[in-house]
Each structure stands twice: as structure tokens, then as C-alpha cells.
Design a protein around this ligand. Structure first.
Ligand SMILES: *Cc1c(COP(=O)(O)O)cnc(C)c1O
Length: 412
């Protein structure tokens, strides 16, 4: 989003026009921004043989999946439903890696039957899978290297108390299960959580992963998951992908030649690819003065956009109806019957009721986490592609709330 001739535009499409056309609130995704991030990652690692698997739980609209497929991406899926969406979007099953956590062996077998690659996250599942399929179905193993790369306990998945992955200290047990069942391990995986704030700590995690990889003789790929952090506000720390790419490529190529095979390095970014491409637009219903605060109350709430309340995440808020002018201090809140505060004490150009506010960094884990709480309809989604806008998900209506309800006609 940028200011052009005194109006905000997304790839040349005026933001206020989008609200007039599609109503409020809406999510808007800019494919030019997704492409830029994808290319950045490709370029940063051009010295190595890499594959990017878009972690689609961040934003599962099928058009977004199709867009990344067009860029040459594979897919990281965490549920059988995401796998089915990926197949519907046209992904080859072998370009999908399924990385579930605490799901049943039945679901894993269902995904295996679809021809999708399987990543195993516990010794119990490894044993069951090994008994059933042995050498026939190659697998990937998710290791927990026990590093804390930054971020908090909610988003970090690599620390000692995390439920994710198989602890590196259990590798001897893993090897025993593999040998006994004559299993083929084609990949080693880790995903340590959302924020690589300290590249050195992350590289240490990779050392551990590479060290464990030497135990497996049939590897085709090493998957280092994600954790690429983007800035949510000025001055935020973010992953310096270009310098990270240089040091990791070098390290990986050295490992690959020691291993004696052209291994592929896989990444699974979600946030990095889509966070900055997304905007959430909503209208101001009321301005409410209390003794100490001026609230701007929107026609949306935590039901549509929960990250600020769930993760304490900071999202920049812009009054797109007033690109210029004096700023005042507002606390921006939702209309849900909960305390759903989007931002405290924000400096925003003076707001009138009816103005449209835009939240930045609303591409990842925003629509994907929306709900119908308070029986509100989920918003529409719009894609801006090559300077044109397209509706990619209709706003819900009453029918969507009642569709699966079974009304006890003759009883109540
Ligand atoms: C969520 C997830 C990702 C993506 O994480 P981001 O922080 O959005 O980049 C990658 N891999 C796995 C296994 C995940 O669960």
C-alpha cells in the first residue's frame, strides 16, 4: 500500500474503491508483494539447491495456493484438509509435505493414500507407520533440536517443553525403530517456531539438524521449516534473509558434498510470504470519548482479526480516508462483546465516523483464524493481481451460520 496523488493504493488500485465495491470489512491481498518475497527468498539461496514449500495454514485461500504454485512453490500442509485444498489448487501430491502434530495414524494413512509426502512427529506414530508400511513408503522425520530462536512460548515450537517434533536425544530410539522396520528416511525436518531473531542461534539449530542427518543414509532433502520474521512496525527486528542465505547456503553445500549427494534444502515460509501482502480494511462505526480515552469502534472485532488479542501482536493502523492532516490518539477496538482491542494509544490522522482504517501485515494468520463468534459473518477476501481487483471469497450470510444446524422441528 502506498500513497499516490494523495490517495492510498494497492498496486495502483485505490483502497477506498475496494470498500465501496465489496463492502466492509474485507481482507485484501497483493500478489505483487507475495511475488517479491518469494523471489527474495529464491535469490538469497541461489547458491544452493532449494525448494520453497508455502506453509498454507497462514492463508488458505485456493487462489493464493494457485498463485504460489505458479511461482514454482511446493506446499506445507498440517492437516488432511489442507492437503485436499492443495490438491484442489492443482499441486502434485509429491510437492506436498504433510507435517501434522498429534493426529491419528488413520489420518496419516489417509494422506499417504493420496500420494503426499509424510513427515512424522512422534516415536509412537513412527512405530505404527513402520509396522504397517516398512520400506514401501519413504518418510521424513521431524526433529526437535531444542533451541529457542526468539519469540514467545506461543509461537516457538523448538524449545524443551514443546509438543512438536522428536527430541534429538531420542535419536537412538528413532534409529532402532527405522532399522527394525526397514524404513526409508528421505528427509529430516525441523521447524522451531515463528521468529528467527538471532540468525546465529538459528544456525546453531541447523548444525544440530545436520549432525543428526548423518545418521540417515537415504536422505534426499533437509527441511529447516520456517521462522523468517518480517517487521510489523518501524524499528522491528526481522530476519536478514540475504545474509542468512549466504551463510546457510555455504554451510549446506559443504554438508551436501560431505554427505556425498546433491541434497535439497527445503523451506516452509508462511508469514514471510504473505504477511505484508495482506491488508484488513474496516469502517469506523463510532467515536466514543470516555474520561481518559478516545475509542474508535470498528465494524469488526476479534472474530475477524484475533492476532492483536491472541499474540499481543502489533499491527500498524492507517486511516485511509484521511491520508493527510493532523494526528490524534485513539484506542482502536472491535464490536464484539469481549475486550477486543486492536491497538492502544495509536497516533492516527483524525478519524470521523465512517472512515476506513487499514491494518497492515494482515496476510498471515488473520483470515485463517477468523470465526463466527457473536454470529457475525466472516469477511470477504479480495485479491489485487496485476493492478486489478478480484473477489476471491464472498462475504458470509445467514445461510452460512445455519447450514449445519439441525433444527428439531417437531420436538421443540
Ligand atoms: C506454521 C508452520 C510453518 C510456517 O511458519 P511461519 O512462521 O508462518 O513462516 C512452517 N512449517 C510448519 C511445520 C508449520 O507448522
Amino acid at each position: 500500500m502506498e500513497l499516490l496523488n494523495n490517495q492510498y493504493v494497492i498496486d495502483n488500485v485505490p483502497v477506498c474503491d475496494l470498500i465501496h465495491k465489496y463492502g466492509s470489512p474485507i481482507y485484501v491481498y497483493d500478489t505483487a508483494r507475495m511475488e517479491k518475497q518469494y523471489k527474495r527468498l529464491e535469490n538469497a539461496f541461489k547458491g544452493s539447491r532449494i525448494k520453497i514449500n508455502y506453509a498454507c495454514k497462514a492463508l488458505t485461500n485456493i487462489n493464493v495456493l494457485r498463485f504460489f504454485k505458479g511461482m514454482g512453490s511446493g506446499l506445507d500442509a498440517v492437516s488432511v484438509q489442507e492437503v485436499l485444498l492443495g490438491l484442489k489448487a492443482g499441486y502434485d501430491p509429491q510437492d506436498i509435505l504433510y507435517t501434522p502434530n498429534c493426529v491419528s495414524i488413520e489420518e496419516i494413512n489417509e494422506v499417504m493414500d493420496l500420494g503426499v509426502r509424510i513427515n512424522i512427529d512422534s516415536i509412537s506414530i513412527l512405530e505404527q507407520f513402520g509396522h504397517q508400511h516398512g520400506f514401501n513408503i519413504p518418510i521424513c522425520i521431524r526433529i526437535n533440536p531444542h533451541i529457542m530462536a526468539g519469540g514467545n512460548q506461543k509461537t516457538s515450537t523448538g524449545h524443551i517443553d514443546s509438543k512438536f517434533g522428536i527430541s534429538i536425544y531420542q535419536l537412538p530410539h528413532v534409529e532402532r525403530v527405522i532399522e527394525t522396520n526397514d524404513m526409508k528416511v528421505e528427509g529430516i525436518h525441523m521447524h522451531t517456531g515463528s521468529d528467527i531473531l538471532d540468525v546465529d542461534v538459528f544456525l546453531r539449530g541447523i548444525e544440530i539438524l545436520l549432525e543428526s542427518s548423518r545418521h540417515f543414509k537415504d536422505l534426499d532433502y533437509i527441511d529447516i521449516g520456517s521462522g523468517f520474521k518480517v517487521a510489523y512496525r518501524d524499528g522491528d527486528n526481522f530476519t536478514d534473509i540475504e545474509s542468512f542465505g549466504k551463510s546457510l547456503s555455504k554451510r549446506f553445500n559443504k554438508f551436501s558434498s560431505e554427505y556425498g549427494k546433491d541434497l535439497t534444502l527445503i523451506f516452509e515460509p508462511g508469514k514471510f510470504l504473505v504477511s505484508e501482502a495482506g491488508y484488513f480494511l474496516a469502517r469506523v462505526n463510532v467515536i466514543k470519548h470516555t474520561t481518559a480515552t478516545v475509542f474508535a469502534g470498528l465494524d469488526t472485532g476479534m472474530n475477524h482479526f484475533i492476532r492483536p488479542m491472541f499474540y499481543d501482536s502489533y499491527h500498524q493502523i492507517i486511516n485511509v480516508s484521511k491520508p493527510r492532516g493532523k494526528t490524534r490518539i485513539y484506542t482502536v477496538v472491535g464490536y464484539i462483546c469481549e475486550t477486543d482491542t486492536f491497538g492502544w494509544n495509536r497516533k492516527i490522522t483524525e478519524i470521523s465516523e465512517g472512515d476506513v482504517l487499514a491494518f497492515k501485515n494482515a496476510g498471515a494468520y488473520c483470515f485463517a483464524m477468523s470465526s463466527n463468534y457473536n454470529s457475525r459473518y466472516r469477511p470477504a477476501e479480495v485479491m489485487v493481481h496485476k493492478q486489478k481487483d478480484y473477489l476471491i471469497r464472498k462475504r458470509e450470510e445467514l445461510e452460512d451460520l445455519t447450514r449445519n444446524q439441525v433444527i428439531l422441528d417437531n420436538i421443540l
